[in-house]
Design a protein around this ligand. Structure first.
Ligand code: UDP
Ligand code: MG
Length: 335
């Protein structure tokens, strides 16, 4: 252990917030919350649970009330968003509400095992600012694995930070990290990229994802593709550069072909051949032009989203039964 590491070791009794963004997960939560509480009680830390209801339509408040009644002290915050804003926005709302010295984000569907929390906390106490949960084995088709690999390779070539591919939103963050994350002003939030961008001392904690307790996944292929596009357009300018590259290549090709035709006409003297080539050439070029326009439009759309300066989410109401004190640092975070 190096000196800096030893210096950064954190005292044992500190407060922890667990943030759960949920969309219709009341059923899963009624099983998950007592399991989380059990781990935190064993850890002997001050704790709270922040549940962000991302515009769900189930009996979430009732479930939380039942959970709180089983606890010796009330320690649940419920933040209800005015509609479904998406998991990224819900997470941000949760991070802003959280008060702990360490904040643990996890899914509300029971796929992230609460037992991992204890190991994350122990890494945090050893001085790490962020502990990333990395899923050990994922049941995914070969095609999906290949797509993800290509995506991350494309996104990160030439960047100064790395995004671990199997790392998701299950992670522990020190208050300093949370503060840094909340300072990032972008509206379009590719969280995996943002976590990596802010840096800090990061440790990896492997876990096996459990099957969902109830309900179905809210992410479909279409949304995954949107997320990939979001990731690329908010973290990489490569597609824009590729557009110019394609332009140069095609121009060189066209020039070479022109020279070839000129020579052929002069030598062989056949002025009317090549109509089919012309027609398919025009179609190919218009196709490429439209694709390039589309790429630029993606970026323009991203700029448009950012310039509107709309808030990430709107809070409908909050019920705050947390016993943790508001940390001073949180009041400094302006967004
Ligand atoms: N979620 C959310 N808002 C959404 C979609 C999902 O808050 O618009 C929550 C969901 O309730 C769950 C977590 O995000 O707690 C992860 O979602 P899910 O399990 O559907 O994703 P997967 O595990 O399939 O990646
Ligand atoms: Mg899930």
């Amino acid at each position: 252990m190096d000196l800096r590491h030893a210096f950064l070791q954190k005292p044992r009794a500190r407060s922890v917030s667990v943030v759960l963004p949920v969309l219709n997960e009341a059923e899963s939560l009624s099983a998950l919350l007592p399991r989380i509480a059990q781990v935190l009680v064993q850890e002997e830390v001050e704790w709270e649970i922040v549940v962000v209801d991302d515009g769900g339509s189930d009996h979430l408040a009732q479930t939380l009330r039942e959970f709180e009644m089983q606890q010796p002290r009330p320690n649940v915050q419920l933040v209800r968003l005015s509609r479904n804003f998406g998991k990224e926005a819900a997470l941000t709302a949760g991070l802003r509400a959280a008060r702990g010295d360490a904040v643990i984000c996890m899914d509300g569907d029971g796929q992230h095992p609460p037992a991992t929390i204890a190991r994350m906390l122990s890494q945090w106490r050893q001085g790490y600012d962020m502990v990333v949960g990395v899923q050990r084995a994922r049941e995914e088709g070969q095609f999906m694995v290949l797509c993800k690999k290509l995506f991350y390779r494309f996104l990160q070539s030439g960047e100064r930070f790395t995004i671990p591919p199997s790392a998701g939103d299950f992670r522990l963050m020190d208050r300093r990290v949370v503060q840094a994350l909340l300072q990032l002003p972008e509206r379009t939030r590719f969280m995996k990229g943002l976590y990596a961008w802010i840096g800090f001392r990061t440790a990896i904690e492997e876990f096996d994802a459990d099957p969902r307790t109830a309900g179905a996944s809210k992410f479909r292929l279409r949304q995954l593709m949107d997320l990939a596009s979001l990731g690329i357009t908010s973290f990489s300018m490569k597609p824009l550069r590729m557009v110019s590259g394609i332009g140069v290549l095609i121009s060189l090709g066209a020039l070479a072909y022109g020279v070839y035709i000129l020579i052929e006409t002069l030598l062989v003297g056949n002025p009317v051949s090549g109509w089919a080539t012309l027609a398919s050439g025009i179609m190919l070029l218009s196709g490429i032009q439209l694709i390039c326009l589309g790429v630029m439009a993606e970026y323009m759309g991203r700029v448009f989203e950012e310039t509107k300066q709309r808030p990430l989410y709107i809070v409908d109401w909050t019920s705050d039964h947390s016993s943790l004190a508001v940390p001073e640092s949180r009041q400094q975070v302006a967004l």
